[in-house]
Design a protein around this ligand. Structure first.
Ligand SMILES: Nc1nc2c(ncn2[C@@H]2O[C@H](COP(=O)(O)OP(=O)(O)OP(=O)(O)O)[C@@H](O)[C@H]2O)c(=O)[nH]1
Ligand SMILES: [Mg+2]
Length: 362
């Protein structure tokens, strides 16, 4: 039996098994076997014929890839969001390589990457799937583009993304697996989990891990546990945009909302909803703006620093100059993260969007 038949058989077995406490162990084992086979297929695809890879230099404060089937309007969207000019045409496979553009929004410079359309089977190497999906792994977010008249593409796209090892819009569960040299598998928990010890051990043994310290600090599914064992998954936020909204009736829109509940409807060709799309991208990247102030001078309210939300004063120092952390005395903050204007803070203080910061060095 070939790999693909094995995969089909396991998938059928899983779908036929009613999932409950007593079958959990068996389902865990099938899923681990299935994940291993799929990994093998993807590995074969990327190790085989050495296709060109799109070496695009990352630039700006974050990057977003346009992902979708051919002719859904990805290049039209790139052209609407940025000043890039990617070729647009009514036939499929117009774009043949990775075309970058820069979207300027709220002082952030966000790199948008236009790519060739992908087809079913992309993750296992069909079309240019493998190159496209490889670019996606380096991005900070995915803009998934669906043609409003072809929403059946939605599920297929999701499964290509999943098969290429990318997990979208899910928080990575906190699972630590440390291989040890003896004493079997020890499992520690700080929360109750749905998956039991026996299932965890079976999955680990399927991966030939017989000695390990496992620490579980959040709940998770069997699939998420397998992801943690494989350890090569990437977690990205995704925006689902339905394009060509100019061709849709109210009934179409109701149906699409019910079926796939997209984040936004746009018409790139007619410039409809492009500004809200920019805002959505900015939000998904989770960036904040900080205004810099030098001692005894006014703050620069024109060009803020763009940095990841949740950054601390230490992160800001690291971005400014390599000596700032060692020479740091304190910082004063004006804005949402301070209780009063000019409050003093140490390096570990978490900053908020639109804060103004003044750093004092020794
Ligand atoms: N009606 C309508 N047509 C659109 C819209 N956006 C793009 N198109 C048309 O759809 C066709 C394909 O657009 P492209 O931007 O080339 O699509 P793509 O996804 O980049 O296609 P590939 O590069 O081949 O994967 C062109 O004829 C566009 O003019 C839209 O909002 N409404
Ligand atoms: Mg294109």
């Amino acid at each position: 039996m070939g790999i693909l038949e094995n995969i089909a058989e396991l998938e059928e077995r899983i779908s036929k098994t009613k999932y409950n406490k007593s079958t959990q162990n068996a389902v865990g084992l099938y899923k681990a076997q299935l994940a291993k086979l799929k990994e093998e297929v993807v590995k074969k695809a990327s190790g085989g014929a050495k296709g060109e890879s799109y070496a695009v230099k990352k630039s700006g404060d974050g990057s977003v890839v346009l992902l979708g089937f051919p002719s859904v309007g990805k290049s039209t969207i790139l052209n609407a969001l940025t000043d890039a000019k990617s070729e647009v045409a009514a036939y499929e496979f117009t774009t043949l390589t990775c075309i970058p553009g820069i979207m300027k929004y709220k002082h952030a410079k966000i790199q948008i990457l236009d790519l060739p359309g992908i087809v079913r089977g992309a993750a296992s190497g069909r079309g240019r799937g493998k190159e496209v999906l490889a670019v996606m792994r380096t991005a900070d977010a995915i803009l998934m583009v669906i043609d409003g008249k072809k929403i059946e593409h939605y599920k297929a796209l999701l499964s290509e993304i999943y098969d290429s090892g990318i997990r979208v819009n899910q928080r990575q569960p906190i699972i630590k697996i440390k291989k040890t040299s003896k004493d079997g598998i020890k499992i520690g928990r700080t929360v109750k989990t749905d998956v039991d010890d026996q299932t965890i051990k079976s999955i680990l043994r399927e991966y030939r891990i017989n000695n390990a310290d496992v620490v579980l600090r959040s709940n998770f599914t069997i699939d998420q546990f397998i992801d943690a064992v494989e350890g090569n998954k990437i977690y990205l936020p995704v925006i689902i945009a339905v394009n060509k909204s100019d061709l849709l009736t109210d009934e179409d829109i109701d149906m699409i909302n019910k079926e796939i509940n997209p984040d936004i409807f746009i018409s790139a060709q007619n410039n409809i909803n492009i500004e809200p799309l920019r805002e959505l991208i900015f939000q998904k990247l989770n960036l904040m703006r900080l205004f810099m102030k030098e001692v005894r001078k006014d703050a620069d309210m024109i060009e803020p620093m763009i940095i990841a939300s949740g950054s601390t004063i230490k992160d800001v120092c690291a971005k400014l100059h390599k000596d700032f952390i060692s020479k740091f005395k304190f910082a004063r903050i004006w804005g949402p993260s301070s209780k009063f204007p000019g409050q003093k803070f140490k390096l570990d203080h978490v900053m908020k969007d639109t804060d103004t910061i003044e750093i004092h060095l020794t």
